[in-house]
Design a protein around this ligand. Sequence first.
Ligand SMILES: [Zn+2]
Length: 91
Amino acid sequence: MVNRTTITIHTRQRTVVRPLSDASLVRCQHCQTDVLGATSDCAANILEVSTTAMRTFIESGMVHLTTASFGARLVCCNSLFNLSTQQDEEV
Ligand SMILES: [Zn+2]
């Protein structure tokens, strides 16, 4: 007679959605499309990294920097999403 053991695993996942108060629609030259642009401080908050780490991401080209029509330098949220996806896959 064969004994069988059933193992059930329950997992949880929490998704936090935050409003982007410092975001505007801008044209990203790298993505060649209109994207949501966020200030570098807001982008750092989105990725939960320091402003120094965000500056490194921008300088290395890991995230795109765009210029809004009103002159502000904003981070392309498409590149933020791609970077966060890459980080999730590396974990
Ligand atoms: Zn972009």
